[in-house]
Design a protein around this ligand. Sequence first.
Ligand SMILES: [Zn+2]
Ligand SMILES: [Zn+2]
Length: 354
Amino acid sequence: MTPFTAYCACEAHGPLVPKLFERRALRPDDVSIAIAYCGVCHSDAHQVHNDWNNAVYPCVPGHEIVGHVTAVGPEVTRYKVGDRVAVGCLVDSCQQCEPCSQGQEQHCQQGPTPTYNGRDRVTGETTYGGYCDHIVVREKFVLRVPDALELESASPLLCAGITVWTPMREHGVGRGSKVAVVGLGGLGHLGVKLAVALGAEVTVITTSAAKADDARSLGAHRVLLSTDQKAMMAAANGFDFILDTIPTRHNVNPYLMLLGRRGALVVVGAIDLLEPVHGGLLIRNNRTLAGSLIGGLAATQELLDFCAEHEVLPRCELIDIRDINTAFARMQANDVKYRFVIDMATLQHVQATP
Ligand SMILES: [Zn+2]
Ligand SMILES: [Zn+2]
């Protein structure tokens, strides 16, 4: 066992405080990773606040992890000490079921093991995430960060990035696709950048005219104000794919209306009730209303490689880990462009207690 310092919540709604934990000794197929940066995801705040009634305390959040390999077990073949690597939302799955064998570990029929707030499949111990200096992960669940990808801003690709990448790939977004992105936060800003890099014509749909310049600076070709009824009517039937990143309960009907023949609207942000959906809007144009959950390991590696090749990087605000509680409050007030990333070097200034 190796001791480590992590920021954790000891109870629902409690602040994040530094405490000492222990990581397991390396199993034969394990990789030990020194964490350089970890992104701050909305899920981290939801788990700390127990919004989904499944949190286990103490809870060490963090599932947008990048760093370097510091040790490997004897059966590890793909990584060596010093390699640039990443870990996303999952650290294990059954590896036997159909989704697992098709590279969709996020849909493992036995339930995948989440990076934090999960149970280790061997020992049953709680899994602890990336708000700390190191993590031990089964080789299969470790991803390679290409040299061309800057480590400092790559971490949000591991959750926000793959969340928007998977549905765009599944729905064939590419050159000439007419794509709309609803909402311009951590997910939405990456949706815009990735859709543009895939060759799509991209429109940002927002309630706030103030976001128009931001949307264009991210590469969006057009901005549509959802409060402008006339403009919304004029845009009806015009899109092939709509990425809906709104994080709370909302009304999808005005967006469904914008889909052309066989177009799809994919919900990725709202783990919540939606307003009633009008069947007529679905029937017309054979529209699809769908959802999507993160992505498998192969798709995540594909995303990291794509971002390195096309120079797509999340926009981040780097923070000191001692400011994590302020960052949570700011994130919940939508005061971040577009993702907080913890500089884990700042953990060296922290004194933890057992
Ligand atoms: Zn996340
Ligand atoms: Zn499985």
